[in-house]
Structures are given as structure tokens and as C-alpha cells.
Design a protein around this ligand. Sequence first.
Ligand code: HEC
Length: 147
Amino acid sequence: MNRALLAATLAAAVAAPVAALASAAIIQERQAGFKMMGDSMRAIQAVVQAGGPASAAVEPARAIAEHAPKIKTLFPAGSDQGARTRALPTIWSDRAGFEGRADAFTAQAQALLAAARGGDLGALRSALEATGQACGNCHRPHRAPER
Ligand code: HEC
């Protein structure tokens, strides 16, 4: 084997596992982000059920609103494997649809934060429901059922 070919072969042998590690890390990072959003949604639900005050929902709503715009960046090409993931291939085959749903969710998360800051419990309840629907609008086409 000549030197250039040897170098290329070694580079390829190293690159594949490195890519798999990077992919596993990003899969874990996005799952942790979704889990945090799930916990935050439950915290806001608890505020609504307790009858307020809506201001108690500001912190979890802020956590969701700040994370929402990052979702699109957590699904780079190739991150459909490398760790256990429920991400469906439609995320990459219908990228425009996926990003549109992520953007719609981000707008709704900002409305949820505004409702929490506004202090009106009825408005908070409606915004919470609309936010839960925006989660589902992405899960239905892009997330596999739990196994
Ligand atoms: C733009 C699309 C999109 C939006 C918006 C979205 N999700 Fe997800 N969610 C996904 C995908 C895709 C997965 C699977 C990720 C994986 O396994 O790699 C997922 C996974 C999850 C998980 C499982 C995480 C784990 O531990 O494996 C939870 C919980 C979750 N989402 C909650 C939510 C909640 C709550 C919202 C709204 C507040 C939300 N998601 C909004 C696409 C979305």
C-alpha cells in the first residue's frame, strides 16, 4: 500500500467512529432538551391546575421559549443513527416541513411565555393547550412511537 492510500485508509477508519460518537452526543443532547421541555410543560400544567398565579409559570415558559429555536440545529444529517433514537427519516426527507413545524412551535412558545408574563390564568391555559398541540404537530409526522 502506498503512503497516500494508507493515510486515506487510516483517516476513513478513524472518521466513521468519530462521526458515530458525534451523532450519539447530539441525539442525547436533543433528547435531554425534549425531556426538559416535557418537565416544564408539566410544571405549567400544575400552575394552571392550582389556579395560578400565572407568574409561577414564567420560569418554565422561559426555559421552553429559549430552547425552541435550537431544536432545528439538533437534527443534523446523519443523526438518525448512533444511539437509540425515535427520530423518523421524514425529518430529513421533508426538511422544509420539519423546520416549518419547528418555527411554528417557536412562535407558540413565545406566546406561552407572553401569557405567563401577562398574568391572566385563562390566557395561560389556552396558550398551554396550543403549545401542547404544537408539540404534537411535530411528533405525529416526525417521531416514532415508543418501543
Ligand atoms: C419540530 C419538532 C418537534 C417539536 C416542536 C417537539 N418535539 Fe418532542 N420530539 C421530536 C422528535 C423528532 C423526538 C425524537 C428525538 C430522538 O429520539 O432523537 C422528540 C422526542 C421527545 C421526547 C422524548 C425525549 C427522550 O427522552 O427520548 C419528549 C418527552 C418530547 N419530545 C416532548 C416534547 C414536548 C413537551 C414538546 C413541546 C413543548 C415537543 N416535544 C416539541 C420532535 C419535536
